[in-house]
Design a protein around this ligand. Structure first.
Ligand code: FES
Length: 166
């Protein structure tokens, strides 16, 4: 009888030890998962935009690091601006689509952007033209390779655009 009880205790001890070990492994795995960057964070660094499909006066809105990026191919009638991105014979406005007043997302209105929050307006180059916005839209860092923009990678083109708006 005593041997039977001891045998049962040994079995219970081993089973408990096994559960504890499994729990420990599970906890370590969960900790590793929580330390690893999320796939969305890993992918958030760079975003590519192909301008070959752009059309004049058609606003393309991309998303980069959770922010809207306005990409507009300008028409020949739209005013030139030294802060334009020029590729070949085409000119583009590439800006972060957040109002420089308090950060609302302005709406495209064919001849510029209008911000519904407090009435701010921006022209097709992204310069503030009316209302409370204190400065032009901000240019994101990007590099250019042919017609491909890589958002998140500072290149000479975006540096020149940022300098032109300073
Ligand atoms: Fe755009 Fe105020 S947030 S005008």
């Amino acid at each position: 009888m005593a041997n039977n009880t001891e045998g049962r205790r040994d079995f219970m001890g081993m089973a408990l030890g096994g559960f504890t070990a499994l729990g420990g492994i599970g906890a370590l795995y969960a900790m590793k998962r929580s330390w690893d960057p999320l796939p969305s964070v890993k992918a958030a660094g760079f975003t590519t935009v192909d301008l070959s499909g752009a059309q004049p006066n058609v606003l393309n809105v991309e998303k980069w690091r959770g922010k809207p990026i306005f990409v507009l191919e300008k028409t020949s009638e739209m005013k030139d601006f030294e802060g334009d991105l020029v590729i070949g014979s085409k000119r583009y406005t590439v800006v972060i689509g957040l109002c420089t007043h308090l950060g609302c997302i302005p709406a495209w209105a064919e001849s510029g952007w209008k911000c519904a929050c407090h009435g701010g307006e921006f022209n097709t180059s992204g310069q503030q033209t009316f209302g409370p916005p204190p400065k032009p839209f901000v240019v994101p860092p990007f590099s250019v390779n042919g017609t491909i923009l890589t958002l998140g990678e500072t290149g000479s083109e975006s540096k020149a655009m940022i300098d032109a708006r300073a």
